[in-house]
Design a protein around this ligand. Structure first.
Ligand code: GTP
Ligand code: MG
Length: 200
């Protein structure tokens, strides 16, 4: 897919105030600092489209972008940022859960996983919750420029083993680096194919 146009539309915490209409929507989620906003900028080829920061907890709102005047892309706040405190974390959790459960246009959720880490409980629990709620999702292993091929393979294998404890089939998985611009064609190609499918 060629991205000819990408525009920021609106940020909010209330799913009822998200853009109306029936365009398919693809959202990016994951732990704080996993690289959601950086990935969105890499995919859209626009450096400052989504705000990034080395300090976790940068994205606090549900941010809508419109791509090629054809589909919505959403940058979500990260979950599990410890320094936000219990109350802050729960607030963000409510925003995320309401969005995912109520946003009818949500076509696929990309769950970002830091490829450098062994499986984290918080990610596994979140994916479990997606299963319970019947949310279609894919996995993206991020920051693969920061890790060797061997460690990447073993972390991915461990993650797959954990998923197979609860799932019969593995979800689709991608590996990306926003720094080295890897995985772009794969993720965008998938989005394009899903859009084609839902419009059949
Ligand atoms: P929150 O909005 O705080 O939840 O974070 P986020 O998931 O949007 O992460 P963000 O894109 O802001 O990136 C966090 C940090 O990781 C920044 O310092 C980025 O430069 C860095 N980063 C993101 N992706 C990559 C990557 O693929 N490779 C490398 N080396 N660094 C990355
Ligand atoms: Mg962000």
């Amino acid at each position: 897919m060629i991205i000819k146009d990408a525009q920021f539309l609106v940020s909010n915490t209330d799913v009822r105030k998200c853009p109306e209409g029936t365009m398919p929507e693809f959202a990016f989620i994951g732990r704080s600092n996993v690289g959601k906003s950086s990935l969105i900028n890499m995919l859209t080829n626009r450096k400052g489209l989504a705000m990034t920061s080395s300090t976790p907890g940068k994205t606090m709102l549900v941010n809508h972008f419109i791509i090629n005047n054809d589909w919505y892309l959403v940058d979500l706040p990260g979950y599990g940022y410890a320094r936000r405190g219990k109350e802050g974390r729960e607030q963000i959790r409510t925003v995320i859960e309401n969005y995912i459960q109520e946003r009818m246009q949500l076509t696929c959720l990309f769950v970002l996983i830091d490829s450098r880490l062994e499986p984290q409980q918080i990610d596994l629990e979140f994916i479990e919750w997606l299963g319970e709620n019947g949310v279609p999702f894919c996995i993206i292993f991020t920051k693969i420029d920061k890790i060797g091929k061997g460690k990447l393979t073993s972390n991915r294998h461990l993650f797959e083993q954990k998923l197979l404890e609860n799932w019969e089939e593995l979800p689709l998985m991608f590996e990306t680096s926003s720094e080295h611009r890897l995985g772009k064609e794969e993720v965008l190609g998938y989005i394009e194919s899903v859009i084609r499918e839902v419009r059949k």
